[in-house]
Write a protein that binds this ligand. Structure first.
Ligand code: SF4
Length: 460
């Protein structure tokens, strides 16, 4: 029987099945952070259940961490308590923790792939929706709730119903200035935020085959925004090359054996998907969102569409936009380049390449927040820090930052922020904040110009 990439990995991890019911799935790697793990640790403690496989868990601190003066004690009491609790829980249970300040600390979906923890063919979970990021490696990776975190702690397994399969194929060549973020914003704008509900999505076609691992992570990261349980891309030479030599990657002969195994994972020719969408790369352009869900996106040169629904009207009201208007020349006071969607070295290279030799607009507050300590170090090593600082930008320390504004990095009420993060929900970046999702290139250009510009005219 022809199998999809998803089927091959799923079926290899089924421990038990209930006839016509859910299945018990073995989980290879469990990632945890300070926000969604404390209740699960408490539950196990109260019930006297030990953590089953602490060696398969990796912890980091990211959601609540400050992005300046990380060497000082954390001022905010709630954040400080959560970080201390995480350290205590990890110590008591023998779990590896890359805490604040550690050279491997960072956003969970940035640091795990860069350490080689994420590998093809695995099942991975984390108490965070954007765990789908790891699917870029040909991995079944998805976010879980707190009670499921406890379930995995206790058994290294999850009771799950197998999702249906969806494939999104994009063939052709992307135009200049069109980045992976534009690809995924375009897909979601076309199929909507519910198209993936109940499905696990595979991205296929030339566009993804030619994409870097950083770009694939950006795409898979936002699978959840079209309602899918997760997204994945078949592992190939680009994947193997990225993993090779990383800290937790298999080494020497073991690596070669693994590669041989990983090469068997791609979807069999002729395998059937429950649902398919196909797009042409030539139709994709730099994108921006104008509303309060990631599906409300347009090409940067398009005007906001007209729609009658109450939710659409409410969304435009929140954003203070009008149907039919263009976002080009909209003055913007905040720019955020960061989050697990776009805080990898490639994202900062794109931004630096545009910014080099220019100056940040005086009206703009621009936060550049690397996804990990390793990305931060690479920014310095490659001389990008100098480019940013000479242009008047401030490079901050790693963390989730203004993606969800759990720390001090909040966008003030009523202000617009062109953001490389993944969610533009009401209040996501601070109470009353107005988020416009875009690529790092569009964000960098906005910071320089102080307004949204048609980036396609500025690329030469
Ligand atoms: S950067 Fe944002 S989306 Fe990513 S893990 Fe942190 S809070 Fe979640």
């Amino acid at each position: 029987m022809k199998k999809t990439l998803f089927d091959k990995i799923w079926d290899a991890h089924v421990v038990d099945s209930i006839e016509k019911g859910p299945q018990v799935l073995y989980i290879d790697k469990h990632l945890i952070h300070e926000v969604t793990s404390p209740q699960a640790f408490n539950e196990l403690k109260e019930r006297g259940i030990p953590i089953f496989r602490p060696d398969q868990i990796v912890a980091t601190a990211d959601h609540n961490t400050p992005t300046i003066d990380q060497h000082l004690p954390v001022k905010d009491a709630l954040s400080r308590n959560q970080l201390e609790q995480l350290s205590k829980n990890c110590k008591e249970n023998g779990i590896t923790l890359y805490e604040l300040g550690h050279q491997y600390n960072g956003i969970v979906h940035v640091m795990a792939p860069e350490l080689g923890i994420t590998q093809p063919g695995m099942t991975m979970v984390c108490g965070d929706s954007h765990t789908s990021t790891h699917g870029a490696f040909g991995t079944i990776a998805f976010g879980i709730g707190t009670s499921q975190v406890a379930q995995v702690f206790a058994s290294q397994c999850l009771l799950l119903k197998k999702p249906k399969s969806l494939r999104v194929t994009v063939n052709g060549t992307l135009k200049k200035g069109v980045l992976p973020k534009d690809v995924i914003l375009y897909i979601i704008s076309q199929i909507g935020t519910n198209a993936g509900t109940g499905y696990f999505c595979e991205y296929a076609g030339e566009v993804f085959e030619n994409m870097s691992m950083e770009g694939r992570m950006t795409v898979c990261n936002m699978s959840i925004e079209m309602g899918a349980r997760g997204g994945m891309i078949a592992p190939d030479e680009t994947t193997f090359e990225y993993i090779k030599g990383r800290k937790f990657a298999p080494q020497g002969e073991d690596f070669d054996k693994k590669v041989a195994e990983w090469k068997t994972l791609p979807t069999d020719e002729g395998a059937i998907f429950d649902k398919e969408y196909t797009f042409d790369a030539a139709d994709i352009a730099p994108m921006v969102t104008y509303g309060t869900n990631p599906g409300m996106g347009i090409k940067i040169t398009e005007n906001i569409p007209e729609q009658e629904s109450v939710s659409f009207q409410k969304s435009l009201e929140y954003m203070d936009f009008k149907a039919g208007e263009s976002l080009i020349n909209k003055p913007i006071n905040y720019v955020f380049i960061g989050s697990c969607t776009n805080s990898r070295i490639e994202d900062f290279r794109v931004a630096a390449n545009f910014i080099k030799g220019k100056q940040k607009a005086a009206n703009v507050t621009a936060w550049l927040v690397p996804g990990s300590k390793q990305v931060e170090a690479q920014i310095v090593e490659e001389g990008l820090k100098d480019i940013f600082e000479n242009a008047g930008f401030q490079l901050r320390q790693p963390g989730c930052s203004a993606c969800l504004a759990m720390n001090d990095d909040k966008i003030p009420k009523g202000e617009y922020c062109v953001s490389t993060s993944n969610r533009n929900f009401e209040g996501r970046q601070g109470q009353g904040a107005r988020t416009i999702l875009a690529s790092p290139l569009v964000a960098a250009a906005t910071a320089v110009e102080g307004k949204i510009i048609d980036i396609t005219k500025h690329l030469n």
